[in-house]
Each structure stands twice: as C-alpha cells, then as structure tokens.
Ligand binder design. Structure first.
Ligand code: PMP
Length: 407
C-alpha cells in the first residue's frame, strides 16, 4: 500500500512537524480530535488580528466583514453535506450540544409512554440526553440490539419498530469500534414507523461523504474539531419544518424578533436556535477546514485512507496475543484492541513513551463496553494525514510494549 497523498498532506499540519519535540509524534488519536492544518489556524489568526468584531447588526465595516465570513460558512456547509437551505444549518458548540439541543427542543412533543430507540454502540452524547428527556417526560429508552460481531441487529431493530417508537437516534459511524451503520436503511425503516430520525455523524463526517438529503434523516449532528477544524463549533442539521418545531434551549439576544417586558417573539431560523454571540472565530476556522476537505478529501484519498485502515487491521492481526474488536473491512477511521492479559491504560502509557498517541478507556461508550464484557480497550484512529510509516511505527512500538510487559 502507498500513502502518497497522506505524506504530501502531513507537511500542512504544524503539530505533526514540530521538530522541537525529541520524538517524532505518531498521532493515532484522530477520532478524539483531528490535528489542524495551517490554513485553519491562519484563518482564525487573521480574524483576531485584522477584523475581530461581533457578527450581525453592526454599523461598522469590521462587523460587516465578520458577518459575511461567518455566514459564508453556513453556505459552504449547505454544499458540504448537501442540505437544501441555509435555514437547515444551525451552529452549535459541538455534537454534544447539538444532541442536547434536540432532546430539549423536542421535549414538549413527548408524553409518558413514548419510546426512544438508541444505538447500543452509541457515544454517551447520543444516550444521556435521551435518557434525561425520558426522565423528564415519562418516555422510555430502549437500545437496539447488536449481533455477535457488535453490528446493529437489523432484525432486532425491526421488531422494536413494531412498538412504534417516537424517535430513533443512531450513530453513523461508531467511535469505539469504527462500525459503519447502515444509516439509509435504518432511516427508511424508521419512517415506516413514523419516527423522528437523529443521526450522530461525529465520526462519519471526516471519513465519508455525507449527503443529508439522500439520507433523508430529520437531524444530523457533528463537530468541527473531528474534521480538521477547531474545537468549540458544531453543527445541527435539521429539515426546516423539524427545526421549526424545536423549543430553543437557549434564549436571549440574536434569536428574537421583538422583545417587550410582557412578551418575546422569537425570530426565524437559523437565528432562532443561535442565541447569544456565536463561536465566530471557530466558525471561520471551520470554513477553512471545509475548504481543506474539499481540496483533499477526494475519492482517491478516501480510498487511500480505507486501505490504510485495512493495513492497520491486518498488521495488528498478525501479532500474537492481541484481541481485536469488531474489525471489519468496511469500518472507518478506527481499530480497537486489547493486549491479552494487560490493562489498556498500561499499553497506552508505554506507547506514549515511544511517541505514539492512542486513546485508552471506555471511549464514552460504557454500555457497549458492558456488552463486550470489557472495561475498556486501546483505540487507534487515523485521518487524512496518517501514513503507512505511522502504522509501521505503531506496530513496532506495540511489539516492544508487549515484550516489556512480558519481562
Ligand atoms: N458522538 C461521537 C460518535 C463522538 O465520537 C463524539 C466525540 N468523541 C461525540 C459524539 C461528542 O462530540 P463532542 O465532544 O465534539 O461534542
């Protein structure tokens, strides 16, 4: 396999080329957050250096420029995920906030006894807000079962749909295992039961092309920092008529049409769901990340990334005493494993001593860890800048860790 494209891209990421660091960093924790290219950092710097100001409503030029740049990113996102209109893109601070905003915003439409179906392999961000909603309203939550390979069990799902759930919340790609859920099928089946569909796209957005119109989901949530953009900005996509039904979780400035001491009339979408000063520099940084992805996240590069993940799965499987979880050639971005008989945290710390950054723990998916009967695992995750050399370094380092732990 080659990683020609990744090698070219790596030079654009300052943190991956920090020569002051005595160990060359081998960053394999992209699923937690991706590294940021120069263009993203520069766009945010330029905003703060040359036109820092608040957006909307201002009489001066700085604000006019900030507003244009901020709102342009909304247009870029419409194209990026193939939404229909600007009203369908709501800026939040991240996937977690997007999902909480939904669970709060839908509350008035829930009654005691309503059923919410969630994905057993979900991130806590797509579990806890629904549990809280259920506690507040008397609704109840059921998890869609998994098969023995920890893939979503479609037969079990169809059985649950007979209970006429009000809402189905799933992950597009799971963060703990990298499993790609058959989202199109899950959504179209949910529609036969008339359920609201929510997709957590946090792990999908940087690894596959997302087309929300084709998926036909009601809502789709993701974070900027997983797609080479900054932290502190996320997106809630929703069909206009569905977003219009949400009760705003935050109220205050920016989201109103008129306010008097007696009453407030809320404004139109998207402002209605964006109270207060938004994350302006972060949105501008995200705009640069989208431009970066439009340039480099080509079909060719997606294929290269996929081959690299398969190479990683294969190389790990070649080692003795490694348990790999739900490794599948269709997975995206992530491989999870344990060294038999060793604690995942020890493995992670020893790898770190050799300059290899991976993540260990429950990966915010405790219910999945329970189903897998483990208390955690090591997760290696890749991005556009990951090369074959990175994978080879990781495998060599892991062999040494195994030796060290044996001694
Ligand atoms: N869902 C998934 C699948 C994730 O991987 C993450 C991030 N680990 C989240 C939700 C939460 O995203 P954020 O922390 O950016 O809000």
């Amino acid at each position: 396999i080659t990683s020609t494209l990744a090698s070219k891209i790596q030079s654009q990421f300052p943190l991956l080329n920090n020569h002051q660091n005595p160990l060359k960093l081998c960053y394999l924790d992209t699923a937690a957050t991706s590294q940021k290219p120069h263009c993203v950092i520069d766009a945010m710097n330029e905003y703060y250096h040359t036109y820092n100001s608040n957006v909307h409503r201002a009489a001066h030029q700085l604000s006019a420029r900030a507003t244009v740049d901020y709102e342009k990113v909304r247009n870029d996102l419409v194209t990026f995920i193939n939404a229909r209109t600007r009203q369908e893109i709501i800026f939040t601070h991240g996937t977690t906030e997007s999902l909480n905003m939904l669970a709060y915003g839908l509350e008035s439409t829930f009654s005691a006894g309503d059923l919410i179906l969630i994905d057993s392999a979900a991130h806590h961000a797509n579990i806890v807000p629904w549990q809280q909603l259920a506690q507040r309203t008397g609704a109840f939550v059921k998890a869609i079962p998994l098969d023995q390979d920890f893939n979503l069990d479609l037969i079990g799902y169809q059985k649950l749909l007979k209970l006429r759930p009000k809402l189905v919340a799933i992950s597009h790609v799971t963060n703990a295992l990298g499993t790609v859920n058959p989202v199109s099928q899950i959504i179209s089946l949910a529609k036969t039961a008339n359920a609201i569909t929510v997709v957590d796209g946090a792990q999908a957005i940087a690894h596959t092309s997302v087309d929300v119109s084709e998926l036909d989901c009601d809502f789709y949530a993701f974070s900027g920092h997983k797609m080479y953009g900054p932290t502190g900005v996320g997106i809630l996509y929703g069909k206009t008529e569905k977003l219009a039904q949400l009760t705003p979780m935050l109220t205050g400035g920016e989201m109103i049409k008129t306010v008097s001491f007696d009453n407030t009339i809320f404004g139109e979408l998207p402002n209605r769901l964006e109270a207060g000063t938004p994350p302006i520099s972060e949105v501008i940084g995200l705009g640069a990340a989208i431009k970066f992805m439009n340039q480099y996240f080509t079909k060719e590069h997606q294929d290269e990334e996929k081959q690299l993940l398969n190479y990683l799965q294969f190389s790990l499987a070649e080692l003795d005493d490694i348990e790999i979880y739900a490794s599948n050639e269709n997975n995206l971005g992530v491989v999870s494993f344990n060294v038999k008989g060793e604690h995942h945290q020890d493995v992670g710390i020893l790898l770190d001593q050799q300059g290899i950054a991976i993540r260990c723990g429950h990966h915010c998916a405790m219910p999945l860890m329970d189903l897998m009967k483990i208390n955690g695992c090591c997760r290696v995750s890749i991005g556009l800048y990951t090369t074959k050399v990175d994978i080879d370094c990781f495998i060599d380092a892991l062999k040494q860790v195994q030796q060290l732990l044996k001694d």
